[in-house]
Design a protein around this ligand. Structure first.
Ligand SMILES: C[S@@+](CC[C@H](N)C(=O)[O-])C[C@H]1O[C@@H](n2cnc3c(N)ncnc32)[C@H](O)[C@@H]1O
Length: 263
């Protein structure tokens, strides 16, 4: 089932943006000590970085095959494995070895034998065509260099009528000035741009999905953006957002969203 194993990751041919993201998540994973990982064998983990709950809408059934794109520390893997049971299979794909190591230790401590971790990029999923029933993901597409390619890969590995069920960050205010959009999106981790609802629906259709929905559920207030920009050193964005008019324009302009579609 496993195709060529994560060529880009092995051959170290990450884009500079992917390498920076990998470095960041390596540090997040390394902050979690073994002791904490043990406590967090099930349930949540201090290295969780999701923006939603994709499993709440995935309605997983016993025996299903699930793929988590950018599984990180693996909280969703553990929950999915319990839901699909021993007759099911859960794959966790991530490009950061430290995150995979943390997830692996949690999987072992929780005692699941139906979870397999895969090193690799979501833009080049190391699984065969039509081999998965449900693709989930929690706040990873926003980091992605090439969202159309990642969505096309998700469609490729899904079986006909397979479900896509992801949490991601979108731009609700489609009329936000382009310069503000470009400078502000990276504050929320949309390092290579952010999609509006209409653009997301178009990207899903282009990737081969139907019955798609994009439902924003948690808007980001301007003050949250400013706080995060300060914490993360987005100085150009901070300078851009120094005017009250621009702060008003970004207030609730971005949101975490539930995105669902069927192949
Ligand atoms: C925001 S964290 C989310 C992790 C997890 N889904 C959660 O909810 O905690 C993003 C994760 O995606 C991984 N990631 C980012 N871009 C990726 C890519 N292009 N291919 C594979 N993994 C990626 C990172 O290594 C990191 O573990």
């Amino acid at each position: 089932m496993v195709r060529a194993q994560a060529d880009e990751v092995r051959q170290n041919t990450l884009t500079s943006s992917q390498a920076a993201i990998q470095q960041h998540y390596a540090e997040v994973a390394e902050e979690v000590t073994e002791e904490v990982a043990e406590i967090a064998a099930s349930g949540s983990c201090s290295a969780d970085r999701g923006c939603g709950k994709p499993l709440e809408r995935a309605a997983l059934q016993p025996g299903e095959v699930v793929l988590d794109l950018g599984c990180g520390a693996g909280s969703e893997l553990l929950a999915a494995a319990a839901q699909v049971g021993e007759s099911g299979q859960v794959f966790g794909l991530d490009m950061t070895p430290q995150m995979l190591a943390l997830a692996q230790s949690r999987v072992e401590q929780a005692g699941f034998s139906n979870i397999k971790l895969l090193p690799g990029l979501i833009e080049n999923i190391p699984l065969a065509d039509a081999s998965v029933d449900v693709v989930i993901s929690n706040c990873v597409l926003n980091l992605c260099d090439d969202k159309p390619r990642a969505l096309a890969e998700a469609a490729r590995v899904l079986r006909p009528a397979g479900r896509l069920c992801i949490a991601d960050i979108i731009l609700v205010a489609a009329d936000l000035p382009l310069e503000t959009r470009r400078l502000t999106a990276p504050i929320l981790g949309c390092t290579n741009g952010v999609l509006t609802t209409a653009e997301y629906l178009a990207a899903l259709a282009a990737a081969g999905f139907s019955d798609a929905s994009v439902e924003p559920y948690r808007p980001y207030a301007a003050r949250t953006l400013l706080q995060r920009a300060e914490q993360r050193g987005h100085n150009e964005a901070l300078a851009h957002l120094s005017s009250t008019i621009r702060q008003r324009s970004v207030d609730n302009a971005f949101a975490a969203a539930n995105i669902q579609a069927r192949k």
